[in-house]
Write a protein that binds this ligand. Structure first.
Ligand SMILES: Nc1nc2c(ncn2[C@@H]2O[C@H](COP(=O)(O)OP(=O)(O)O)[C@@H](O)[C@H]2O)c(=O)[nH]1
Ligand SMILES: [Mg+2]
Length: 508
């Protein structure tokens, strides 16, 4: 736990018992859709995987034409609603990856929950091919224009999904930091900037929505300078809605973001970035090839589990699963290798060739997710426990930031205690269980973890009040609860006070 404050200076046993009592019996179903209907494992109209089938007649893409110096991997990061997914749409159209006007807006928001709520909750990768030409003029000094392979990752903006952002950045060498020209820098702009900055990534500021009447790009430029020390002249001015200024984005990506640093002549090392479960093909892993190359049929091993697999299918997201049979150094794509569960597909794992696994150094992987709220999940019908177990297993394959442990409640029977990054994350997880796996669940009131300190100095972290042991011999002397150390960003003192202006006196 990050920051803790003393919830009470001293807690006597009776306080603890009443706390326990309140929590234990205050089980409010968050999902009001409890019916006697059984689970159905039918997939909803929208699902976690890419839209497939559109790849059949396409010629196989030859990835050997893209050595690392012609590859750029970048994420689009920003606060919620600053236009990341819309900008991704325009870049996909500009490179001919999707047809202009066809398909829905925010194309990479594929989940039903994303479309219903109008937010991105999953980072999505798309590979684009782009000739470095601006307005028909070759910008590589009269030489034949190069064909570049660009991997774009659209990320969520809400803080509850920042684990998606931090993992995406591990596959990138640079970011487009999008800022709304009217809203200016907001909370997640700051948080995401520091994630990219700490990862040593090249940062390209993009001031978006300049078509809006209230847009004030100069104010945003000065914010970028004062808060992040970003040169105002480096900022690109765009409107992802009208297409204004977009022609400068990809040339800037090629110029300012370095190619991936891996070694082509080394043995294979791949980072497992993300995964999802497909009923027919098992786990589909999203990977970034750091060193070496991976070919279809290769024998590969996981550093985390030691298990070996065969690479049955390999390809890129263009923007759907597109088989290529091979992935080279610096490229980002997918691998299907017959993994069946999350226990095998560990996010952050390093994958090698089985033949060289002995003398390989694993990649650093990812920091573990920090769970902020915990809640119990129980099947609405007790006999559906196994089905809920399978549904959670498959969904956590696509959402590595949820922790799951079995628990039993006297009132609700067998279930699970799940840890989430925040309340929105919890709500989205419940909704996905229902929409993608037909689960009917009862969830208990979310709680935060507490730390109890005993008279003998020992401490106990409790995620569920029912787990607090009631031992009269051990006196609880203090109870600690998580707190937030926050930075408040205010455009100016004057703007903060202006809504109060009638009551603010002016001193002349
Ligand atoms: N006026 C205007 N609206 C935009 C622009 N870019 C995005 N939007 C709108 O802003 C809203 C949020 O966009 P979205 O791409 O989902 O933002 P995200 O949360 O950062 O991915 C949508 O309604 C978009 O249509 C722009 O350049 N100009
Ligand atoms: Mg989005």
């Amino acid at each position: 736990m990050g920051y803790l404050r003393k919830a009470s200076k001293t807690l006597n046993q009776s306080n603890c018992i009443s706390l326990l009592f309140n929590f234990n019996f205050n089980l409010t179903p968050l999902t009001s859709r409890i019916t006697h209907q059984r689970f159905s494992l039918t997939r909803a109209l929208f699902c976690t995987q890419s839209r497939q089938n559109s790849t059949k007649e396409k010629p196989i893409i030859d990835l050997s034409q893209y050595p690392p110096e012609l590859v750029r991997n970048f994420s689009i990061i920003a606060h919620v609603d600053h236009g990341k997914s819309t900008l991704a749409d325009r870049l996909l159209e500009l490179t001919g990856t999707i047809k202009k006007g066809l398909g829905q807006p925010q194309y990479l928001d594929k989940l039903q929950v994303e479309r219903e709520r109008g937010i991105t909750v999953k980072a999505q990768t798309a590979t684009m091919f782009y000739k470095n030409i601006i307005n028909g003029v070759d910008c590589s000094d009269g030489k034949e224009p190069h064909n570049y392979l660009l991997n774009l990752i659209d990320t969520p903006g809400h803080v509850d999904f920042s684990y998606e952002v931090s993992r995406s950045l591990a596959a990138c060498q640079g970011v487009l930091l999008v800022v709304d020209a009217a809203q200016g820098v907001q909370a997640q702009t700051v948080a995401n900037f520091y994630l990219a900055f700490e990862s040593n990534l090249s940062i390209i500021p993009v001031i978006n929505k300049i078509d809006q009447p209230t847009a004030d790009p100069d104010r945003v430029k000065s914010q970028l300078k004062s808060m992040f020390d970003l040169d105002p002249s480096d900022a690109l001015l765009t409107s992802a809605k009208t297409g204004m200024g977009l022609e400068h984005v990809l040339p800037a990506v090629i110029e300012r973001i370095p190619p991936p640093p891996g070694k082509s002549d080394s043995s294979l090392r791949m980072l497992l970035l993300d995964s999802y479960f497909d009923e027919y093909r098992g786990v589909i892993c999203h990977v970034a090839v750091v060193d070496g190359a991976l070919r279809k049929g290769d024998k590969i091993s996981s550093a985390a589990t030691g298990k070996s697999y065969e690479a049955l299918d390999i390809g890129i997201m263009h923007p759907e699963l597109t088989p290529t049979g091979i992935l080279f150094t610096g490229q980002v794509g997918y691998v299907i290798s017959g993994m069946r569960s999350t226990k095998e597909a560990r996010i952050g794992d390093t994958i090698y060739h089985s033949r060289s696994a002995m003398d390989m150094e694993p990649l650093p992987g990812f920091k573990a997710a920090k769970h902020m709220v915990f809640s119990g999940l129980f099947p609405a019908d007790g006999s559906d426990f196994e089905l809920l177990n399978h549904a959670i297993e498959k969904l956590t394959c696509n959402d590595a930031s949820v922790s799951v442990a079995k628990e039993t409640s006297t009132a609700l029977g067998l279930g699970f205690r799940c840890g989430f990054l925040g309340l929105l994350h919890m709500d989205v997880f419940h909704q996905r269980l229902e929409q993608e796996y037909g689960a009917h669940i009862i969830s208990t009131v979310p709680t935060v973890p507490y730390i109890y300190e005993y008279a003998d100095g020992s401490k106990l972290e409790v995620q569920n009040p029912a787990a607090l042991p009631s031992n009269p011999k051990q006196r609880v002397v203090a109870c600690w609860e998580p707190t937030v150390i926050a930075t408040i960003v205010i455009p100016s003192m004057l703007e903060l006070l202006s809504p109060l202006s009638p009551s603010v006196g002016v001193n002349s």
